[in-house]
Write a protein that binds this ligand. Structure first.
Ligand code: ZN
Length: 141
């Protein structure tokens, strides 16, 4: 069996030795034809597949870079937010100041102190989505 394998290998080597000297001649022939008709460059399979392969490689690298850039930072991520901003409107008729406070999610200790009039008359406000106040901030009772 090893003898047969060696003979197969020697056949391949012989074929390669026959083929190698023709590469230069065929490349020169190809170049002469292509110089006359440049469209033939793209019709040469070796050129076409090389361009497609390099293009695919670049596409994969760009996609990989894009995905890595979009992925969240593993060092800072993972901790969910515990606070939220609340809109507050002062209920004092002479003030009516609209401001925001940052408290824990379930904060309910309204009224809070108004920074403008210093009275404890700040109530949570919501953006009205219907009725005559639609689109305005109103106190949620
Ligand atoms: Zn106020």
């Amino acid at each position: 069996m090893p003898v047969e394998k060696e003979s197969k290998l020697s056949v391949w080597i012989a074929a390669l030795r026959e083929w190698v000297p023709t590469v230069r001649v065929r490349t020169v022939d190809w170049w002469m034809v292509v110089r006359e008709n440049p469209v033939l460059i793209w019709q040469t399979p070796a050129v076409r597949y090389t361009v497609i392969g390099i293009g695919g490689l670049i596409a994969v690298l760009v996609l990989r870079w894009f995905l890595l850039a979009m992925a969240p930072d593993s060092a800072g991520g993972g901790k969910p937010a515990r606070t939220a901003q609340f809109h507050v409107i002062c209920d004092d008729p002479d003030c009516g100041h609209h401001f925001a406070i940052t408290r824990e999610f379930k904060f309910k200790k309204f009224p809070v102190q108004c920074p403008k009039c210093n009275k404890k008359t700040g109530y949570r406000a919501v953006l009205s989505t219907s009725g005559p106040d639609k689109g305005q901030w109103v106190i949620r009772r």
